[in-house]
Design a protein around this ligand. Structure first.
Ligand SMILES: *Cc1c(COP(=O)(O)O)cnc(C)c1O
Length: 413
C-alpha cells in the first residue's frame, strides 16, 4: 500500500541524524525544493546577520568596520572555515570574486608553474564557464596557449607533455558524475601536470579531501550547497607548496603584500592572500559565513550517506511510479559515482519541469533535454522524495504538463 510506504519513509525521517537541520532553514510552505544544487536555501540566521552588518556595522561603524568588525579578514576567515569542508588547511583557501574569475586566476597561475607548456586541457560537457575562461586566455595570449577539450572518457590518454594544466569538475553539473580525484590527480602528476578541481557541485554535498589527493588548485561556489545566497562570493584553494611560486595575473591591490603602503609597484602578499584582488563584498561574505557555519555543524559523512539514499530512493520511485512515461536516467545509477543530484532525459523535459514547479516541486532544466533534481540533505526529507514523485506521476498521468504556458522558455531555466 502506497500510504504505508510513505509512513515508512516518514519513520526513516524520524531517525535521520540530520533531521534537526531542517528547522534551521526558511522553507516556503507548499514547496519541495529540489534545486539546492543551483541556489541553496536561506538559513534562518542569515537575515538577522546581514541586517546587523548593514545597520550596525555599515550604518553606525562605517569605515571603522574594516578594523573594528574585522571586515578586512573576512575573505581569509571564511576561507579557513571552508578549508575544513574540503580537506584543506588554514591558509590555503580564500573567499571572493566568482567561480569563473577564480578559474581564471588558477589557470593563469598554473601557466606560470609550467611556462614551457601551452595546452589547457579539459573535457567536453563541462559547465561552460570553465571552458570559456580557457578560451579567453587563448585570445589574450594570441594563441600561445591553446585550449583542448576531449570527451570525458579520453582524459587519461590526453595527458601528454604539452599539457600545462588539467581542469576538471569534480561532480558534473548535468550528469552528476563524480570524478576520482585521487586517481586522476596522481596520474596527471606522474606526467608533471597540475590539476585544477572545480568543486561547485561537491563542496557541502560530500566529503572532499584536497590535500589527501595532493591537489594543486581548486575553486567552488558559495551559493549552491553552502547556502551563501544568490551570487555569494566563491572560493579558491591553492596548495601551500604552490603559493609562493605564483605572481597573480589579476594583481589587484588587496593581493599586495602591503595594500596600505599604496606602493606604485605590485608585490604579492605571502600566502593565499595574493589571490585576493579588489575590495571584498562584505554583505556577501556575511551571508556566506552563516551558510558555512551551519554546514560545519553537520557531519559530512552523514550528509553523503543521506544524499546517496535520497538519490537512490528517487530513482527507484520514478522507475516504479512513472515507468510509462519514458524518463531515461541521465546520471550514474551507482551512488558512489553520483553527486547529490539525479537527472533524467525527457524530450518534453522543459514543459514537465515548469508543470512541476507550478505544483511546488522545484528542480531545474538543462538543455537539451535534462530534468535535474538536487537533494540537499540538510533540508530534504525522505517523505519529500515520495511526495515529489507522486506529484510527478500526477503531472504525467493527467497530461497537465502539455500546455502552451509551460513551453515558453524563460531567460533562466
Ligand atoms: C555553478 C558553476 C559555476 C558557476 O560559476 P559562476 O562564476 O559563479 O557563475 C562554475 N563552474 C561550475 C562547474 C559550476 O557548476
Amino acid at each position: 500500500m502506497p500510504e504505508t510506504r510513505r509512513a515508512d519513509l516518514a519513520a526513516l525521517d524520524n531517525t535521520d541524524p540530520l533531521r534537526s537541520f531542517r528547522a534551521k532553514f526558511d522553507l516556503p510552505d507548499g514547496v519541495i525544493y529540489l534545486d539546492g544544487n543551483s541556489l541553496g536555501c536561506l538559513p534562518k540566521a542569515t537575515a538577522a546577520r546581514v541586517s546587523d552588518v548593514v545597520t550596525r556595522e555599515w550604518g553606525q561603524d562605517l569605515i571603522r568596520s574594516w578594523n573594528k568588525n574585522d571586515w578586512i579578514n573576512a575573505p581569509g576567515r571564511v576561507g579557513d572555515k571552508i578549508a575544513d569542508l574540503i580537506g584543506a588547511n588554514a591558509g590555503e583557501v580564500v573567499v571572493g570574486d566568482t567561480t569563473s574569475i577564480n578559474v581564471f586566476k588558477c589557470l593563469s597561475a598554473t601557466l606560470q608553474l609550467k611556462s614551457d607548456r601551452h595546452i589547457l586541457l579539459s573535457e567536453t560537457g563541462n559547465f561552460p564557464t570553465d571552458a570559456y575562461m580557457m578560451q579567453g586566455l587563448e585570445r589574450l595570449t594570441n594563441g600561445r596557449v591553446e585550449q583542448r577539450l576531449v570527451p570525458p572518457d579520453a582524459i587519461f590518454e590526453a595527458l601528454d607533455d604539452d599539457i600545462a594544466v588539467l581542469l576538471l569538475t569534480h561532480t558534473n553539473y548535468k550528469s552528476g558524475r563524480v570524478r576520482d580525484m585521487k586517481a586522476i590527480t596522481a596520474t596527471a602528476h606522474a606526467k608533471d601536470i597540475p590539476v585544477i578541481w572545480d568543486l561547485s557541485h561537491s563542496c557541502g554535498a560530500m566529503p572532499v579531501h584536497l590535500n589527501d589527493c595532493n591537489a594543486d588548485f581548486a575553486v567552488g561556489c558559495g551559493y549552491k550547497y553552502l547556502n551563501g545566497g544568490p551570487g555569494a562570493p566563491a572560493f579558491l584553494f591553492a596548495a601551500k607548496r604552490h603559493q609562493e611560486h605564483v605572481y597573480p595575473a589579476l594583481s589587484g591591490w588587496l593581493g599586495h603584500k602591503q595594500p596600505f603602503a599604496f606602493d606604485d609597484f605590485y608585490n604579492p602578499a605571502p600566502g593565499i592572500d595574493r589571490f585576493q584582488c579588489g575590495t571584498p563584498g562584505i554583505l556577501g561574505c556575511a551571508a556566506l559565513e552563516v551558510g558555512v557555519d551551519l554546514m560545519r555543524e553537520a557531519d559530512m559523512e552523514q550528509i553523503r550517506a543521506k544524499s546517496s539514499a535520497l538519490g537512490a530512493l528517487f530513482i527507484r520511485l520514478v522507475n516504479e511510479q512513472c515507468e510509462d512515461f519514458s524518463f531515461q536516467l541521465a546520471c550514474p545509477k551507482n551512488a558512489e559515482q553520483r553527486g547529490s543530484q539525479v537527472s533524467f532525459h525527457h524530450e518534453e523535459g522543459y514543459a514537465i519541469m515548469q508543470a512541476l514547479i507550478a505544483r511546488g516541486v522545484i528542480g531545474d532544466f538543462r538543455a537539451p533535454d535534462i530534468l535535474r533534481f538536487g537533494f540537499a540533505p540538510l533540508y530534504i526529507s525522505y517523505a519529500n522524495i515520495w511526495d515529489a514523485v507522486e506529484i510527478l506521476k500526477e503531472v504525467m498521468t493527467s497530461g497537465e504538463w502539455d500546455q502552451e504556458k509551460f513551453k515558453q522558455k524563460a531567460a533562466v531555466t
